[in-house]
Design a protein. Structure first.
Length: 301
């Protein structure tokens, strides 16, 4: 049955000149099916460089929006329209405008894990791997407002020494990882390297050997001589880590690291989306242009 679904998806994708993108947190079957697997911005940039007319984004809504921002001429489908991001929804464009009015002159740095209208109100976007570089690019005397993830913003602030006004947002999946979880895993695997995502709370980051984005974790594991790793991010990444490092062992920092929104995407939904061209995501042009400007400023950094 699963193989029938996969074959039907491949056939329709080719007929419609489409590509399938899968975020690192997707189920392993979805990742294996994809033309490209990786983090959200990396995937959107790859899609924009292809001649595909259709993008099926297996991720959450803000990722599909980013693909639409970078490729407005392409049709972008999200297989499950309810696949959202609780952290992205912790700030609205109206709330950000109000906060900006309280801090006139502040540079707004917006984590790419945010909705398009929030990006449009921002000066810079950033990713979990380049947040510190973006902060360093802002004049030292200028105030910085970082939205929506306070943990990533705090980590970047500590790395750069910049004072940052932090919005009180967070990733519910990553904050589920607690220090006692990491300590327990370290007792079980004393020789393992601990890698955690910067969306984790500081007490967890303090226990890590490396604080890295998902792409950073993959690159680090490939070049490291270590044979065991404790991984503090959503469980979907273990699929890619294990595929790329057959001789190494990976253990989740906690048993509760699962993003329910990421796991809403299934083979059935991908096929249905392709068959019916369902759940198109398109960012309004005025919003798209402003959001694209914030992304472009990040890329110039």
């Amino acid at each position: 049955m699963e193989q029938d679904l996969i074959e039907a998806i491949h056939k329709l994708k080719e007929e419609r000149n489409g590509i399938l993108l899968a975020h690192n947190y997707q189920d392993g079957t979805i990742q294996d099916l994809a033309d490209f697997a990786g983090d959200s911005l990396e995937l959107s940039r790859k899609a924009s460089e292809t001649d595909a007319e259709l993008i099926v984004f297996c991720g959450v809504r803000f990722m599909a929006e980013t693909a639409s921002i970078l490729s407005p001429e392409k049709t972008v489908l999200l297989p499950d329209e309810e696949a959202g991001c609780p952290m992205a929804d912790m700030i609205t464009a109206e709330e950000l405008r109000r906060c900006k009015s309280e801090h006139p002159g502040a540079a707004v740095v917006c984590y790419v894990n945010s909705n398009a209208d929030v990006k449009a109100e921002s000066d810079y976007c950033c990713t979990s791997s380049n947040a510190s570089a973006v902060l360093r690019a802002i004049p030292e005397r200028q105030e910085i407002l970082f939205v929506p993830d306070k943990n990533l913003g705090e980590h970047a602030s500590q790395e750069t020494g910049r004072n940052v006004i932090l919005w009180d947002g967070h990733c519910p999946t990553h904050v589920n990882i607690q220090p006692e979880d990491v300590l327990s895993r370290k007792q079980q695997h004393p020789d393992a390297v601990v890698m955690v995502h910067p969306e984790c709370i500081q007490a967890v980051r303090d226990l890590a050997d490396e604080v890295l984005s998902t792409g950073g974790m993959c690159a680090y594991a490939l070049q490291s001589d270590a044979k065991e790793f404790i991984v503090g991010t959503e469980q979907g990444l273990l699929h890619r880590l294990r595929q790329e490092n057959r001789d190494k062992a990976f253990f989740l920092a906690s048993d509760s690291i699962l993003c329910p929104d990421m796991k809403r995407i299934t083979l059935d939904k991908v096929l249905e989306s392709l068959q019916e061209m369902k759940h198109e995501v398109r960012v309004p042009e005025e919003t798209r242009v402003k959001a694209r400007a914030a992304l472009d400023r990040m890329l110039r950094v």
